[in-house]
Structures are given as structure tokens and as C-alpha cells.
Design a protein around this ligand. Structure first.
Ligand SMILES: [Zn+2]
Length: 383
């Protein structure tokens, strides 16, 4: 027997104008409290999702269901499809039909069925369910411990580009996998209204549950971000407008993209300089290797310049490239008139035709006192 009180009524509802009514289950934890949408049409009405299936939606909202009704399930998780068995006609995406027929997305409603690890996992993804999934029961004798989701049959399979037509309103099906394989949204172009299901809502999104697919979710989110929606009526949580849609999509995309990083090239011999002076000998980006300027060491100009070119070879070798991969050189020198001829001679020991682009610049000095030249090159990454 459940210690929970019996709810006076199981569903709340609110008319939002534009023929749209929101229904929800106030005694259900937000994790499983889905938004149920009723849209009035001229020839038929649309019901989007059916709730958990513990209280009778067909009875509670009978006054709304006067016309022929098209029931569309955004996907077949228990909180959206649990009540589908009450309605003879359900449209689902192909990829969800089996889950609906087998009621395979059942979740226990009795919190005792969850291990401490389960509870910690739910908490980690944004849902603290430790206090229970229900705050009331729908009728006397209802036992959360024995309740199981009921199966239902799909009467029509819907997919990308299909249209649900109410006579005066047309909703296009968008296939937005990620949360689940056959997650769909309904898009009314004329009004800019999107019923998004769990593809996006203003709460903690779930992309690591059975059937979830993060790369697919990323692609769906990029699609949603580009949609010129005026209003989004989501599978959970409050409705929102276009700017919030973009914010939520960006937040998801940022959370799932690699952190901004650069590919630094640091030969072991230069590790100390990298750590001490905070610069990379080279960085690999966009198919190119950008080398830092290199100053050689040597008593004579010739020895100094040769040492610089040899060090450049060492850096390039770290990536598998060599002198023939250099596409651009910039050479800075003090006393250009005196050093240019020596630099030209030494350079030719390393650089052969076809020659890379090259710029020579006279300067007043370098970080290392007494140095005569600094050589900077850009090379292509060996493919
Ligand atoms: Zn879901």
C-alpha cells in the first residue's frame, strides 16, 4: 500500500490561446512530468504526447476530445507514451514503434527500486529523484511499486517531412534523433510554432540514457538552432522563444564540443624553454606548422645562421616535415647590408627550388644580445 495521498485530480491544464492547451501531471517529479499538448484544428484535433499513463488522460480531458483526434508521440519514453494505450490512433517515428509495442521504456515509479548509484547518476545529470517520483497517487489502490507501463500499437509511422494536417493547420514532422532514436518535433511554419518533445526543453537535457546518441543530438541541436521558431512548446518545462532556443542550443553544443585547444609542437630539447618562457617552438593548425622565430648560436655570422636553420629542421622533424615543406620564410637581421650575403649562402644549404615565399627585414636588435638574425618559417604538415 502506498503512503502517498490520493490526488483530487491528476491533470492540470492551461489554455494558451491559438487553440493550444497544455496539460500536465502536477504530482509527478519533473523528470517524468511531460508536457501534453492539445491543438484544436478545423477538421481534427492534435494531441502531442500522453503523459505517464497512471491517471486516465482520456477521461480527464474528455471535454477536449470532441473531434477526430490525431495522437502524435514525440518519442516513446514512458513519461510521453505511458498514456498512449488509451488512444487507438498513435503516430510515432519508425525508430520508436517497437519500444511502444513492447513498452520497453518503462521506469519504476517506486524509488525503492533505484540503487544508490542510480540515484547518484540521476542527480549528476540534473534530476534529484531521491525524494520520490510521485507526491500523490491517481486513485485508491494505485501501487507505484507494481505499476508498469502499458504497451500500445503505432497506427501510423511518421518521419522527416511528413505532414500532420488538421484542415486549417499543418504540422511538418522534423526527425531530431539524439535524446532517443526516433525523437520528432512538429513544426508549424505558418505560426513559427515548434512542438519539440525532448529534442530541446528549458531544463537538463538527457543524452546518455539507453537509446541516446550524442553525435546525433549535436546535429539535431544545430538544426534546431537554425530554425526560425517564434515559440517552442517543449516536452518538459516552460515554453520559450527564439532567443532562448538559441541560448539553449548553444549551451548544449558548447557542453559537448571539445575544449578550445591548440596543437603545440615542442621537441624534447626545447621543453625547458617552453616551460620557462611560455611559448611553443611551433603550433600545428589548419594543415600548417607555424614556427616561432629561431635565433642561432655561433661565434661567426655563418655559424650562428647555420645553427638557426638546423634548429628549424629539428622542429619540423618533430612533426615529420622537413625543409622541403617550408612555404614561407621571414628573416630578421641587424645590419642587413653586412649579413644578407652570409644569410643567403647559409640558407641555400637548406632551402632548394622550388623556393618558398620570403621576406627579409632589417631590425635594431633581438631578445638575445649580440644575435644577428632571427628566422621564422611556416611549413605544411606532411600528409
Ligand atoms: Zn524522453
Amino acid at each position: 500500500m502506498s503512503a502517498l495521498p490520493i490526488a483530487g485530480h491528476w491533470f492540470e491544464r492551461k489554455a494558451l490561446g491559438d487553440g493550444i492547451t497544455l496539460l500536465w501531471e502536477p504530482h509527478v517529479h519533473p523528470l517524468l512530468r511531460c508536457n501534453i499538448w492539445h491543438v484544436a484544428g478545423r477538421d481534427s484535433d492534435l494531441l502531442i504526447d500522453t503523459g505517464l499513463g497512471v491517471g486516465s488522460l482520456a477521461e480527464a480531458a474528455a471535454d477536449l476530445f470532441g473531434k477526430p483526434l490525431t495522437v502524435v508521440l514525440t518519442h516513446c519514453h514512458m513519461d510521453h507514451a505511458g498514456g498512449a494505450h488509451e488512444f487507438g490512433v498513435c503516430c510515432v517515428h519508425d525508430a520508436e514503434a517497437q519500444a511502444l509495442a513492447e513498452a520497453s521504456n518503462h521506469l519504476p515509479l517506486d524509488i525503492a527500486a533505484y540503487s544508490a548509484d542510480d540515484l547518484a547518476w540521476f542527480s549528476g545529470v540534473g534530476y534529484d529523484i531521491s525524494g520520490g517520483l510521485l507526491t500523490a497517487i491517481p486513485h485508491a489502490g494505485f501501487d507505484p511499486g507494481t505499476h508498469v507501463m502499458q504497451a500500445a500499437q503505432a497506427s501510423r509511422l511518421i518521419g522527416e517531412g511528413d505532414v500532420v494536417d488538421l484542415g486549417d493547420r499543418k504540422f511538418e514532422v522534423l526527425h531530431l534523433p539524439g535524446h532517443s532514436p526516433g525523437s520528432i518535433a512538429l513544426w508549424e511554419v505558418a505560426s513559427g510554432t515548434l512542438f519539440s518533445g525532448d529534442a530541446i526543453y528549458d531544463g537538463a537535457l538527457l543524452d546518455q540514457i539507453p537509446g541516446s546518441d550524442i553525435p546525433a543530438y549535436i546535429r539535431s541541436m544545430e538544426r534546431l538552432r537554425a530554425l526560425p521558431a517564434r515559440i517552442v512548446h517543449a516536452g518538459h518545462d516552460p515554453s520559450f522563444g527564439r532567443s532562448r532556443l538559441v541560448e539553449l542550443a548553444d549551451a548544449y553544443l558548447n557542453s559537448r564540443s571539445d575544449p578550445m585547444t591548440i596543437d603545440v609542437i615542442v621537441p624534447e630539447a626545447m621543453r625547458k624553454a617552453y616551460d620557462a618562457f611560455h611559448y611553443a617552438p611551433a603550433v600545428r593548425e589548419a594543415g600548417l606548422i607555424f614556427c616561432s622565430g629561431v635565433i642561432g648560436q655561433g661565434d661567426s655570422a655563418e655559424d650562428e645562421f647555420r645553427d638557426a636553420w638546423e634548429k628549424i629542421g629539428l622542429i619540423l622533424a618533430e612533426t615529420g616535415a622537413n625543409y622541403t615543406d617550408i612555404v614561407d620564410t621571414t628573416i630578421y637581421m641587424v645590419d642587413l647590408a653586412a649579413n644578407a650575403a652570409v644569410m643567403a649562402k647559409v640558407k641555400d644549404e637548406f632551402i632548394h627550388a622550388p623556393f618558398p615565399a620570403s621576406t627579409w627585414i632589417g631590425v635594431s636588435g633581438f631578445v638575445r644580445p649580440g644575435a644577428r638574425a632571427e628566422v621564422k618559417v611556416t611549413a605544411r604538415v606532411k600528409s
